[in-house]
Design a protein around this ligand. Structure first.
Ligand SMILES: [Fe+2]
Length: 303
């Protein structure tokens, strides 16, 4: 149950006031009083920005959002990224990707293996995604309970609770993020389910390096920015030392005290801040149909 709620004042003409209700974890809040399927008022946007800055992951329940409205809301948060996996985009809406295990005519209608390892979206690019908006359309259940949860971990809290000696070791360090290495990790664990990328796409995805600890561009908070999914090595360290340090930092992200676990309902719109959190999909639903629409908003070069 929510611990408290933070009203965001509204004028009479703007409809019911949005409320921000923390979900009891270091991250995560429900925002009520906003219809994300309709044009968003400036006041509602103010509530969304505040909730994102303060809670990193926000949940809007019981929404009815057509693809164009999801794109319109994403654009209020920044410039959108159009995925290079355009074969899985929503028909007529190239800015939205389908995340799904559903097959039609033997072909997957969406990305079926998204989020199997802890990660932050598009960290393998020079300008990783700042925000992701994921809308639940078809949510699998077992025995009346939703399955296919998404876990989020606070990268700020994870960094802050590292021992001083580790903070000293990673101060100023940079790490390599690699999409090709990510696909290889998935292939080795027998979890690669998406269509292969082409050589031309590979050539457009060179490895990039980012700071191991980045500063949040809006809140100024220091955030751990190496992920199990996409970070291959820490630059300049011998291979074994790099692997050991990465394992320690990935274990830090896995600690439950930094987590919010989202149990999906049809009509949920979840928006998260990819600097402030990492996320992980739980694959416990097998072939039970699951379908969500995803939008990514570009960020700046991490520093
Ligand atoms: Fe993701």
């Amino acid at each position: 149950m929510p611990a408290r709620s933070e009203p965001v004042t509204a004028t009479r003409s703007s409809g019911p006031a949005a409320r921000i209700i923390p979900l009891g974890s270091p991250i995560g809040a429900e925002v009520t009083g906003i219809d994300a399927g309709a044009p968003i008022s400036d006041l509602a946007m103010q509530a969304i920005w505040k909730a994102l800055d303060d809670h990193s992951v926000i949940v809007l329940r019981d929404q009815h959002i057509f693809p164009a409205a999801q794109v319109a809301l994403a654009r209020r948060l920044g410039d959108m990224r159009t995925s290079f996996y355009n074969r899985y985009s929503v028909p007529g809406q190239p800015e939205l990707s389908v995340v799904s295990n559903i097959k039609e005519g033997g072909e997957s209608i969406g990305i079926a293996d998204a989020g199997m390892l802890w990660h932050t979206d598009a960290s393998y690019l020079k300008t990783p995604d700042m925000y992701t908006l994921l809308y639940g359309i078809e949510i699998p259940q077992r025995d009346g309970k939703a399955i296919g949860d998404t876990l989020f971990s606070s990268t700020g809290a994870a960094y802050e609770s590292l021992p001083a000696e580790i903070k000293d070791r990673i101060a100023g360090a940079r790490a390599i993020h690699s999409f090709i290495d990510h696909l290889e990790k998935k292939r080795q664990s027998n979890n690669l389910k998406r269509a292969p990328i082409t050589e031309a796409q590979k050539a457009e995805l060179p490895d990039v390096d980012h700071p191991v600890v980045r500063t949040h561009p809006r809140t100024g908070r220091r955030c751990l920015f190496v992920t199990e999914g996409h970070t291959s090595t820490i630059a300049g360290l011998p291979a074994q030392e790099s692997a050991e340090l990465l394992r320690l930092l990935w274990d830090q992200i896995r600690k439950p005290e930094f987590h919010y676990r989202h149990s999906w309902r049809k009509g949920d719109l979840v928006i998260w801040d990819n600097c402030a959190v990492q996320h992980l999909a739980v694959f416990d639903y097998g072939d039970t149909p699951r379908r969500l629409h995803r939008a990514g908003v570009m960020g700046t070069v991490p520093y």
